[in-house]
Write a protein that binds this ligand. Structure first.
Ligand code: NDP
Length: 294
């Protein structure tokens, strides 16, 4: 059997960013409106600093305004909530993103629920989660939206396909399940208590791994010809002691069995940021009372 087709998340994300940039330019020209995103970083986590820098840089590249707020690791929850209040009221800000994880003294949930749902471009607020479940227009979480776009790019139509999701977190697994149901997939969600995980994953025409377990999904866990979307980002040491990124799927093995597969890095990651820009554009249009383009 031929090797799986590698789904180029970088190229797809570049197309999406270009599409967003065109819409932003048109929004500025026709309505005098510049979408703005506020990105809040608390503490010094090195990975978070890189994510925040990339998000801000790509927002500016798409023609948006970006407002980065860097707060010390000892910031109190009250201080952070006061900043969220100011951003909720700021007319130049259409999207608010608080980079997770937050330091221990701050309850992430209290912060997420304090964000105006209309500006919740991460799509984590209970109002957006609820709207997603009952099928109302909502700001949906970026990584799951990116996963569905990647699967559609590889397969075209998802309707009727059996999708197996490994992971049930609030930010990836659960919203992803809702989006796949919207696409009329038959759905199975697995988690740490699932019995005989390998047998369940092998049923999936689409297999999406979001467990945070390095290279857990082996070749034998995959249905031959399946579309495999690897959400995992795991830092591991190679034989020489260098740090490298791997997904939740054993890529070398999966390549021999799957029909198509996303690489790590270069798969889901770039799509997540592109979808964040798309959400910010959508939030700006909705706040201004304009119809969505798609
Ligand atoms: P969480 O740790 O919040 O959730 C992990 C989920 O996987 C849980 O539901 C857990 O089950 C399940 N799980 C863990 N171990 C196993 C196992 N051995 N077998 C079966 N299920 C298991 O992680 P996130 O959802 O936040 O993230 C998942 C991965 O995706 C991480 O690697 C993260 O870095 C990556 N990620 C990547 C993004 C991107 O942009 N590419 C964005 C967000 C996350 P249970 O509920 O029973 O504990």
């Amino acid at each position: 059997m031929a090797d799986a087709k590698i789904i180029d998340g970088k190229a797809l994300a570049q197309d999406l960013r270009a599409q967003v940039a065109r819409s932003v330019a048109e929004l500025k020209q026709r309505h005098g409106l510049t979408p703005g995103i506020a990105v809040v970083l608390v503490g010094e986590d090195p990975a978070s600093r890189i994510y925040v820098r990339n998000k801000a840089k790509q927002a500016v590249a798409a023609g948006m305004a970006s407002f980065v707020h860097k707060l010390g690791a000892d910031t109190t929850q009250a201080d952070l909530l006061a900043l969220i209040d100011r951003l909720n009221a700021d007319k130049q800000v259409h999207g608010i993103l608080v980079q997770l994880p937050l330091p221990d003294q701050i309850a992430a949930d209290a912060v997420i629920q304090a964000i105006d749902p209309a500006k919740d471009v991460d799509g984590f607020h209970a109002i957006n989660t609820g709207k997603l479940i009952i099928g109302l227009p909502a700001l949906a979480p970026c990584t799951p939206v990116g996963c569905v776009m990647l699967a559609k790019h590889a397969l075209g139509e998802l309707s009727g396909a059996h999708a197996v999701v490994v992971g049930r977190s609030n930010i990836v697994g659960k919203p992803l399940a809702q989006l796949l149901l919207r696409e009329n997939c038959t759905l199975t969600i697995c988690h740490s208590r699932t019995r005989d995980l390998a047998a369940v994953t092998a049923l999936g025409d689409i297999l999406i791994a979001a467990a945070g377990q390095p290279e857990m999904v082996k070749g034998g866990w995959i249905k031959p010809g399946a579309c495999v979307i690897d959400v995992g980002i795991n830092r591991v040491e190679d034989a020489a002691g260098n740090t490298k990124l791997v997904g939740d799927v054993d890529f070398a093995q999966a390549l021999k069995v799957a029909g198509s597969i996303t690489p790590v890095p270069g798969g889901v990651g770039p799509m997540t940021i592109a979808c964040l820009l798309r959400n910010t554009l959508r939030a700006a249009r909705a706040i201004a009372g304009l119809e969505q383009e798609q």
